[in-house]
Design a binder for this molecule. Structure first.
Ligand code: GRF
Length: 215
């Protein structure tokens, strides 16, 4: 069966890009990464794409006068490549409603909190300040409202005594690297449907909860 043609958009470190590349390299995985796009020149994640022989593009947002022009350029590149699904992985640009709606159901993101808790930035600090006993990550369809789209997969980890932001972030990141490939696999195999404001996984309301064995 044809593999789902996937693009990964990122801005920096690229560890989720790396995890998705690794997953796609496994025999029989139902998706392939055909394009990696960074909006930051020299983003470390570009090296992962190069090492894997994946075409990579840098589209610096600063080269465009408006957000719309930047997004039009992105859209053109993605469509020219025949991309069927876009994975945002640490892509630090908010996308306008026009782009989001044009790719509705084909645009997903990973966020480092158990949404609807802590949309936006500084999620780990805020989880610690709120004395949460668990933290985690969410893979969701992107909707025009930031970090609020239908949830596909969540993975949770414990918040442990002595945690600081960095320790918690590192624990959540391991969960991210499991949750994102799982979400990609579920979508590529046709298990996920977008029904209004909800993701259905094999007909059941999402998110699918993944609790890594290590926790
Ligand atoms: C991850 O924590 C992801 O959840 C968030 O941005 C971070 C990106 O990390 N959206 P990396 O670039 O994938 O290592």
């Amino acid at each position: 069966m044809a593999r789902l043609k996937t693009a990964v958009l990122f801005s920096g470190r690229g560890s989720n890009l790396r995890a998705l590349i690794a997953a796609c390299a496994a025999p029989g995985f139902p998706a392939e990464i055909i394009l990696a796009v960074s909006n930051q020149i020299g983003a470390p994640g570009l090296d992962y794409a190069a090492q894997a022989g994946i075409p990579a593009r840098t589209v610096p947002h600063r080269d465009f006068k408006t957000r719309e022009e930047f997004e039009q350029a992105l859209d053109k590149i993605l469509r020219a490549s025949g991309v069927e699904l876009i994975c945002l992985a640490g892509f630090m640009r908010v996308l306008n409603k026009g782009f989001v709606e044009a790719w509705r159901g084909k645009l997903i993101n990973i966020h480092p909190s158990l949404l609807p808790d802590f949309p936006g930035l500084d999620t780990h600090r805020r989880a610690l300040e709120a004395h949460k006993s668990r933290a985690g990550c969410s893979v969701h369809f992107v909707s025009p409202e930031v970090d609020a789209g239908p949830l596909i997969v969540q993975a949770s980890v414990p918040v442990l005594p002595g945690d600081d932001e960095h320790k918690l972030a590192a624990r959540v990141l391991i969960a991210e690297h499991q949750a994102y490939p799982l979400a990609l696999k579920l979508i590529a195999e046709g298990h996920v449907k977008l029904a209004g404001n909800q993701a259905l996984i094999d007909g059941k309301p999402g998110p699918l909860q993944l609790n890594p064995a290590a926790t």
